[in-house]
Design a binder for this molecule. Structure first.
Ligand code: MF3
Ligand code: CO
Ligand code: CO
Length: 246
């Protein structure tokens, strides 16, 4: 959506706060032995207290409140009995709907502090997100975001999972336009003031190719390499974007 009124901005800010609160609560419980279902329940309690609902459940019938993906699971992992182990990289991808407005964010969190390579991968995704946000302003072609993201990812020697993109958001999870994390020459449409989008570099240590894991939801890297993902929902302005999910 494109924001036209102060009320819309406030409604989106409120949805963004719920997302940030849920992520904060969930990440505080990340440790060896916790199950992804327990993390999901923590997020669900934050939603319930705020009167928010799960975007994935509402829009797609996702079998959980939040998407929680571990190691080679790139996106859309279903919360369940899997218990985290030291060294795992867990992605907490949280989308809330509050009063008809949506916000979406993701962090990658390491369990314990054992793997330098997973930490570096997560760092690359986080820095790529911030490169993309620095490029995002009114008047700039959409493909400049992807170019900034991809340049950062490539500087680390990692790959973007090109099948998975950022997106417009606001009254649904996924709205036009797509926001790829790579330079797409035909996306020369210009960003406009008030446009609400996500930027979300989903990257892998290997080729970046993903495939269906067989449960109808989870997408894994084809080569089994670890994936990392950071995401924010932002509003385009003629200066630095407003980050709704910080
Ligand atoms: N949070 C996901 C995104 O960033 C959307 C998940 S919706 C699902 O786009 F239903 F596919 F899980
Ligand atoms: Co998301
Ligand atoms: Co998203």
């Amino acid at each position: 959506m494109s924001i036209e009124t102060q009320e819309q901005l406030e409604a989106l800010r409120a949805a963004g706060r719920v997302v940030a609160d849920a992520i904060r609560a969930m990440r505080a419980e990340v440790r060896a032995g916790v199950s992804t279902r327990e993390l999901d329940e923590t997020g669900a309690r934050v939603f319930a207290r705020a009167g928010a609902r799960s975007g994935p459940q509402l829009d797609y019938g996702f079998p959980g409140t939040n998407c929680i993906s571990v190691n080679d699971e790139a996106v859309h992992g279903i919360p369940g009995g899997r218990r985290l182990k030291d060294g795992d990289l867990v992605k907490l991808d949280v989308t809330a709907e509050l009063n008809g407005y949506y916000a979406d964010a993701c962090v990658s969190v390491q369990v314990g502090q054992t793997s330098a390579s997973y930490a570096r991968l997560a760092d690359a995704s986080r820095r790529a997100l911030h490169s993309g946000m620095r490029a995002a302003r009114a008047g700039v072609p959409i493909n400049e975001i992807g170019r900034a993201v991809e340049t950062t990812v490539a500087s680390y020697g990692y790959s973007v999972c090109r099948d998975l993109t950022g997106h417009g958001i606001g009254r649904r999870i996924h709205e036009p336009p797509n926001i790829p994390s790579f330079q797409h020459p035909r996306l020369d449409q210009r960003l406009t003031e008030g446009l609400v989008i996500t930027i979300e570099p989903i990257i892998a240590a290997g080729s970046g190719e993903v495939h269906d894991a067989g449960d109808g939801w989870t997408l894994k890297t084809r080569d089994g390499s670890c994936a990392a993902h950071f995401e924010h929902t932002i509003v385009i302005t003629d200066r630095a974007p407003i980050v709704l999910t910080a």
